[in-house]
Ligand binder design. Structure first.
Ligand code: NAD
Length: 280
């Protein structure tokens, strides 16, 4: 049995299907996504390049709005408000992290929920919690799709998530609760982390800590989803000690090629869903 959950492959399938849907629209206007970047962060440049390429591949118009590192909060707010009211734009994302003088929460909060392709706005997150949204934070959306693709049961299963961020851990926990999983969310203060993880049916690590999840965290019936996107010693890696954990568990996502491509595919799907909402 192949243990590796190939997120790159499945993301490509999703992208092909989205491309077909966009081609079939047969309308003058194509969906449009605007990416806001502040400054010139090395990792952000790479992520943005991938997102713009992915847009192009499926037929979404991707546009980068790049602002200087020292832009004032009030000016950035003004710019986002202009984009919010531009009828030709379907999705807006703000590439994180933002420079330290910018209040990140205020910025992500003012992106209109009707253009919230990242799924980070309070309204989107509230609707996700209430199980009445068709827009989801892109990474949790991608993780749930991967689990469904591999036909991994969620009902009644013990899921442990390492990480409680507003963009991964918390919304993912809500989505899994809505699917009748039993969810435990851990953070840096959690006691006996290894023991909690070891009992899980599904372990999802979104800590941003290379080599955190070792063989002592896992069991041989477990599915491990590695959300981590870290650079260690110049190498891109996840949170999981992949080679040693792979030997034990039932399924595992690699880094790269697991959650990352799914996040981009779901960002595109969100953009398309926002477009359809607008057109209807
Ligand atoms: P974050 O820093 O906002 O949150 C990290 C969370 O992990 C915190 O709640 C913290 O308490 C917890 N944590 C950290 N170290 C821990 C430890 N040793 N034990 C227990 N809990 C611990 O990060 P985030 O934005 O949620 O992202 C998490 C990771 O996922 C990062 O590596 C990020 O780059 C990656 N990420 C990847 C994608 C993707 O598409 N592949 C998308 C989003 C985030």
């Amino acid at each position: 049995m192949n243990k590796i959950i190939d997120g790159k492959y499945y993301a490509q399938e999703l992208n092909t299907s989205l491309k077909n849907s966009i081609e079939q629209l047969n309308k003058k206007r194509r969906p449009k996504l605007v990416i806001i970047q502040i400054g010139n962060n090395f990792a952000s440049n790479k992520y943005i390049k991938n997102k713009l390429k992915a847009c192009e591949n499926v037929g979404i118009i991707g546009e980068l709005k790049k602002y200087s590192e020292d832009i004032k909060q009030s000016e950035l707010v003004k710019q986002i408000e202009i984009l919010n009211s531009d009828l030709t734009i379907d999705g807006i994302i703000v590439q994180l992290p933002l420079p330290s003088h910018i209040n990140e929460k205020e910025i992500t909060d003012i992106v209109s929920p009707s253009k919230d392709a990242d799924g980070f706005s309070p309204i989107t997150l509230g609707n996700v919690m209430l199980n009445k949204s068709n827009i989801y934070p892109a990474t949790p959306f991608g993780i749930v799709k991967l689990l469904d693709w591999k036909k991994i049961n969620l009902i009644g299963e013990n899921v442990v998530i390492i990480g409680r961020s507003n963009i991964v851990g918390k919304p993912l926990a809500n989505m899994l609760i809505n699917r009748s999983a039993t969810v435990t969310i851990c953070n840096t203060k959690t006691k006996n982390l290894k023991d909690i993880c070891k009992k899980a049916d599904i372990l999802i690590s979104a800590a941003g800590s290379p080599n955190l999840v070792t063989k002592d965290f896992v069991n041989n019936n477990m599915t491990v989803i590695d959300v981590g996107a870290n650079f260690k010693d110049g190498k891109y890696c996840g949170d999981v000690k992949f080679e040693e954990v792979l030997k034990i568990v039932k399924y595992i996502t690699p880094v790269p090629g697991g959650v990352g491509p799914m996040t981009i595919a779901c960002l595109l799907e969100n953009t398309f869903n926002l477009y359809k909402q607008k057109e209807n």
